[in-house]
Every structure is written in C-alpha cells, then in structure tokens.
Design a protein around this ligand. Structure first.
Ligand SMILES: [Zn+2]
Length: 297
C-alpha cells in the first residue's frame, strides 16, 4: 500500500513521499471515522476558534482573493453556465461572493458551526461530509467545483477529485486550493536558515502537495490542468528575517501586510501585473498556497 522515502517525523507520524499515491502524506493515514468527529464538532471549536471572526475581519481581502478566482472561472465558462458547488465551504463567504456575481450556489460543510454561519448569511449548505456517494445523492450537476483547503485534510484525496469530476457538467472546471509544501522557499529556510519543518500539521494535514504532485493527481482523476497560480508567499517574511513561527502577534502583523499588498495590487492600475506575478510564482513553485484549475476531460 503506502510506501516511500521518509522525509520527516512529526506528532508520532512519519511523513512519506508515497510512491503508490504520487504525493507526500503522513503514515499511517488516519481513518475516516477518526476524522469524522474532529470535523463535525471539534475543528472550528477547538482548533480554529478565531477562524470565522478572522474571516469577517479580513473580508475585504478575502473578497479580492475570491474575485480573482471567480473571474478566472467565469473566463473559462460561457455566460449562462454559472452553477457552483463549494466542497468544504466553511462559513460560506466564497459562495456569498459568487452569488453576488450571479452564480447559483450550493455548499457542503461537515462542521455544524461553519454550516450554521453560512446559512445565517444566506448560503444554501448541506451539513455533511462530502464523500464518493454525494454525486448520486445530489441528483444534479454543476459548472464549477471549488475545493479550498480540503484536499490536505482528507485520507483519500483521489476519491474526492473523482467524485468532483462526476458532479461536473461536461467542460466543467474544478478549482483546487491547498498549501504549497516542501516548496523551494521551505527548502532554503531549512538548509540556509535552520528552520525545522514547521509546515507539518498531522493529523489535521494528512497530505502535503507540490504544484507537480497536485497536477499529477488531477490528471489521474480525470482533469486537464488549465491554469496554475499562487497565493502570497507569506514565507518571504521568514526569508526577510521576520520569524513568525510560533509568534502569533508577528504572524498576524505579517498577514496584515500581505493583505494590504494584495488589496492594493487589485487596483485596476496594477491588477494585470498581479495576475502575471502570481502566475510566474506558480511556475517556480513559490506561494504559500497553490491554486490549480482543471477542466473535466
Ligand atoms: Zn500513499
């Protein structure tokens, strides 16, 4: 089954570059039952108590991030095709933004707190785990599927992507956002500045993708990769000597600075450059998160 070179160890898990899966993941892989309770009840309460509040504080920035993503999706689909499924929709602000732009939306979210919040802002949500039975239960298809910060958390990301393909109309587009780990920047931080592998977070983060490994997985799950881009490389602050690891105040300050930069770069004067810049970063494996779009083949 799972086998490959051990890259690191963290929280009693090995981190292996799995030859069977084609991407890096923790070993052993937790079972779905282990994770069920965590994401249904505990995650937003214990692991991310400030998450929803922070999204609201950061909403202007999130809307600029979502607008970039929605513009790209809209450019790949005819005007009349605007149905969206957001798998792991969290508190619902991506779908809220999409609906303002004319999309008809549905979210799936296992956390009760997050699903309740999404409903309170008018987003239609199924409070459930997304699994391979969902396409048959949904009884409808979509023009786009959004999977943000999901694939790193699940024991079998291939099954989620294959189910997403079944939920898409022909030529439908999937947008995947995951942390960019074992990146060139992290390599330099480790080798030149003695950072440990601070990005490891088992068992919550099971899988650790690179641009190449996620692109390969998308291909194996029935998608043609059509676009790769990045989110701001917040780890550049580490390269500049601002060590925010384990320092929440500095981490927040760094986040506020990248937020402001992103919002300023969204100005019509600079937004073409912004798109080009993040596309170029993706080419070099740079960016704290990667955003990869695939069209159903
Ligand atoms: Zn594996």
């Amino acid at each position: 089954m799972h086998r490959g070179k051990v890259l690191d160890n963290a929280n009693n898990y090995g981190i292996i570059d799995c030859e069977a899966c084609g991407f890096i993941h923790i070993d052993p892989v937790p079972s779905k039952d282990d994770l069920d309770k965590v994401y249904r009840e505990e995650y937003y309460r214990d692991e991310k108590p400030l998450f929803i509040q922070r999204v609201i504080e950061d909403l202007e920035w999130w809307e600029s991030v979502y607008d970039d993503r929605l513009s790209l999706l809209e450019s790949k689909l005819p005007d009349e095709r605007r149905t969206m499924l957001d798998i792991g929709c969290g508190p619902g602000y991506f779908l809220k933004r999409a609906s303002v732009r004319g999309w008809r939306c549905l979210g799936v979210e296992p956390s009760m707190q997050a699903a309740t919040h999404a409903r309170s802002i008018g987003v239609d949500v199924v409070n459930a785990f997304f699994d391979s039975t969902f396409p048959e239960r949904a009884g409808r298809k979509f023009d786009a599927v959004h999977l943000s910060e999901v694939l790193e958390h699940v024991p079998d990301p291939a099954s989620i992507l294959k189910a997403s393909a079944r939920l898409l109309n022909s030529d439908g587009v999937v947008c995947c956002v995951v942390p960019n780990d074992y990146s060139p920047v992290q390599k330099v931080l480790k080798e030149r500045l003695n950072f440990r592998a601070y990005w490891l977070a088992p068992p919550h983060h099971i899988n650790y993708f690179t641009f190449d490994s996620l692109s390969g997985l998308l291909k194996r799950c029935g998608f043609k990769v059509i676009e790769k881009t990045s989110m701001f490389p917040i780890d550049f602050f580490l390269l500049m000597g601002d060590n925010y690891i384990g320092n929440d105040a500095l981490g927040r300050a760094s986040h506020l600075r990248r937020k402001m930069l992103d919002i300023m770069l969204s100005d019509p004067e600079l937004k073409d450059f912004k798109k080009e810049m993040y596309g170029t970063m993706a080419k070099y494996g740079i960016g704290r998160e990667m955003v990869i779009y695939g069209v159903k083949e």
